[in-house]
Write a protein that binds this ligand. Structure first.
Ligand code: 13P
Length: 259
């Protein structure tokens, strides 16, 4: 099995202005140790208006967190009022961009073909997409969870090379577990992440599937992080609410020290 370094990502969603962002990053820098960073990659995904501030503090203080974004457009530039181009994020040393989050799909109508264009554009700007997939409760109850995820992952990866796919992150986030306090059981999350890996294996082969990192997301907290993270096909966590508090996010990053 490939030696996949876990990645824990804080998706701040539409929370924290740039002053609050600065405070959170500074608090995290006191809590997260070099040993943590040797064991786990950490990425922070602030709102667009905070990114320059977070970049500045990360670089000035040499903090070992990767800078991330939550969203971008797929075109390089043009008349797209309100949108941000991948190259603009790359210029701020953003390394990871979340794409296809269920909130973008459900609230803003992003369909698989648009998600795929974004994946390709993010890769084209030499950043790593965190491609999200996940089923609704109705789909889960109708036994359609695996086929939904399979379709989203295949569509999202269309036109991606094997080499690019090997370095990507895919986040499995069951929609019914996001912000609800309801987490998938560790077994369920493991089975779904294994099925994401099986789809990647089917498209790109076993070597790529062995190298791609798969996160679980949906009500990850300090109390459940370890049982999720020790699953063989779960290589990280995409954390919403609990990433807004330095202490709880640091404890998730330090899951390996939990009882
Ligand atoms: P919560 O951790 O708040 O459930 O959010 C999960 C999520 O959507 C991360 O992208």
């Amino acid at each position: 099995m490939a030696d996949r370094k876990p990645i824990i990502s804080g998706n701040w969603k539409m929370h924290l202005n740039h002053f609050e962002a600065l405070k959170l990053v500074q608090e995290l820098s006191y809590l997260v140790t070099e040993d943590d960073i040797d064991a786990v990659d950490v990425s922070l995904h602030p709102p667009f208006t905070d990114i320059r501030t977070v970049q500045t503090v990360l670089e000035a203080d040499r903090l070992p967190f990767h800078l991330g974004a939550q969203h971008c457009h797929f075109e390089a530039n043009g008349a797209f009022t309100g949108e941000i181009a991948p190259s603009m994020l790359a210029k701020l040393n953003v390394s990871y961009v979340i794409v296809g989050h269920s909130e973008r799909r459900e609230v803003f109508g992003e369909a698989d073909d648009m998600v795929n264009k974004k994946v390709l554009a993010i890769l084209g700007s030499n950043m790593v997409p965190i491609l999200c997939c996940g089923e609704t409760l109705a789909e889960r109850d109708a036994n359609q969870a695996v086929s939904k995820i399979d379709g989203q992952v295949r569509a999202g990866l269309t036109g991606v090379t094997a080499e690019q796919a090997a370095d990507m992150v895919i986040a499995y986030e069951p929609i019914w577990a996001i912000g609800t306090g309801r987490t998938a059981s560790a077994d369920d999350a493991q089975n779904m992440c294994a099925s994401v890996r099986a789809t990647v294996a089917d498209v790109f082969g076993a070597e790529v599937a062995d190298s791609v990192r798969i996160q679980y997301g949906g009500s990850v907290k300090p109390v459940n992080a370890k049982e999720l993270m020790i699953q063989p096909d779960i290589d990280g966590a995409l954390v919403g609410g609990a990433s807004l508090d330095a202490d709880s996010f640091a404890r998730i990053v330090q899951y390996r020290l939990a009882d």
